[in-house]
Design a protein around this ligand. Sequence first.
Ligand code: NAD
Length: 361
Amino acid sequence: MAGSGLLMACQSRSDQSKEAEKQSTQNEEKKKGKLGIALVGLGKYSEEQLAPALEETNQCYLAGIVTGTPEKAEKWKTKYDIPEKNIYNYETFDTIKDNPDIDIVYVVLPNSMHAEYTVRAAKAGKHVICEKPMALTVAECDQMIAACKEAGKMLSIGYRLHFEPYNLEMVRLAETKTFGNLKKIKAENGMNGTEGWRVDKELSGGGPLPDVGIYCIQAVRYTTGQEPLAVRAKEGPKKDKEFFKEVEASLTWEMEMPGGVIAECKSSYEEDMSLLRAEADKGFFELKPAYGYSGQKGETSQGKMDLPKVNQQALQMDDFAEAITKKRPTPVPGEMGRQDVKIINAIYEAMKTGKRVEIPA
Ligand code: NAD
């Protein structure tokens, strides 16, 4: 008995010293001026992209996690040296307000949960990055923006392609009119296959449109630098009617831009595609693939693009941390996410009614 008591005492002392070590690592990061990020939802995107990216960031670091799965908490705690006191579940989440290690909460949950967790994070006095699509309705977006404003905290959306050189080159070529005035845009994004909450309408808000089609909406907006006036849309083919019971499997839509440019867009869960093509008076410029985490390839009527490869998520998170520290705006604010949600809902209305739907001001 005495032996096992001693063993337990030693164990607990060693646990305490491990915790102290982890806390001192956190303190070191803070001393370097970095901001602590807590990821909420440890699914595929957090695990495979954001956590590895946070090992490459200079202005922020992985300080905490929020998960409903104790096994994941255990695994992440060891892998990323996260102190016990920076680990939360969905019930204890609000107490994050008392934790000075956490400056930014990054919401990486199914779409329908974005609004609730963004508002709770803001109420806990944290800056927020929320994944795309920002929310399911414009009313939710308004609540999220208002909650962050009220708390005096910043809100940004996980639009990583605003930090990706090939996509930025498309913006530059359009802006400088290198190939003259834009005539037409084509934006297509899709993959063959999906799973889980993404086909559950209540959790996702829709099929490929809010998930991957949103990249086409974004691409048209940043390439033209304009906001669409109206949309037309049509549901596309659905091979697996049983699997896609609640959401579209594919769709096509058009966005009318001011000045007469028409953007032809397409998105699908049953077809691989990744294209952004701009046609102008004196030539074309395009990315294919356009929207992935890496591997963009670009071409213009003058030849191939050759641009640096970057970690998009690391740049995106560093930029937000810098925006907070320097008190400057983020290039990907909540208002930008809100506009996309508005456009998505107009596209769904157009798809349902078969009519041209104007985007409300
Ligand atoms: P995922 O299914 O892999 O992970 C979702 C996480 O949410 C899981 O850890 C799950 O346990 C948790 N969760 C909590 N409550 C849940 C519930 N009621 N139902 C289902 N899961 C629940 O999804 P993901 O691919 O990581 O996507 C998460 C978010 O990130 C989505 O909003 C998605 O649009 C976004 N995302 C963005 C990018 C990007 O490039 N910016 C890429 C992938 C995903």
